[in-house]
Design a protein around this ligand. Sequence first.
Ligand SMILES: [Fe+2]
Ligand SMILES: [Fe+2]
Length: 252
Amino acid sequence: MEKARKLADILGRVRDGEDPTKVRSQSRQLLATLRLSDISKAQKYLLGTGMSLNELRMLVYAFASILGDQFALLRANLPANHPVRLILAEHEMFDCFLADLAEANVEIQDAENLTELSSEFRRLEHVAAHLQSIDVHDQREDDLIFPVLEKYPCRSICIVLQKAHWRIKNMVGNLTTAVNNFKHFEPEQFKIQVNALSCAIVPIVREHIFQEDNILYPIALDVVQDEKVWRRIKQLGEEMGYCAFDAQPCCT
Ligand SMILES: [Fe+2]
Ligand SMILES: [Fe+2]
């Protein structure tokens, strides 16, 4: 626990505004010997000192800025048939959809005489259909990954991420509803609605993916060493199905 407590102190300094690069170079010795499970112990310790889940959310960023790019390390060390590789690949696809949504929103805002046949609307419809598949992805994490991690000290981060799933589901659902009900909107109202939803969805989902890639999955792989557990997750995930990346393009 001593190491985790020292890490908690370091993270507290970053949270209080110290430059992460400076803190990282001053703490090089400790960080070099750190196991990812020390991070979850540090989180548990901080929650025990009365830190709220919201503050923990901020701290998740501090973890990443201290520890560097865990995602690159993680991906490099995983065989292609590991269930977490599939999850990371899906995250990368969602990153692409988010970039497309941001662009489609700009086009919608600039469009004149917007109709259901406008190329701008059809592009948005297409992106929204792809983004909807995040429900399947998040459901798999809720049903297969988080219950396994409940026994370990990273339970608190799972609670933060699970809450975000609920929020993401609502926002993406609202975007789909707006797109499906285009004809019930005045074009200007539709633009306002799409802009509000896109400007909320893009940063929130990006942040969520970042937290999972850089914190949750590195910790999960560190604490769950039993290969049988991952095989079982893979098997159940396949029964639930892959994300619907083959959604019908709107132009067919
Ligand atoms: Fe998630
Ligand atoms: Fe995810």
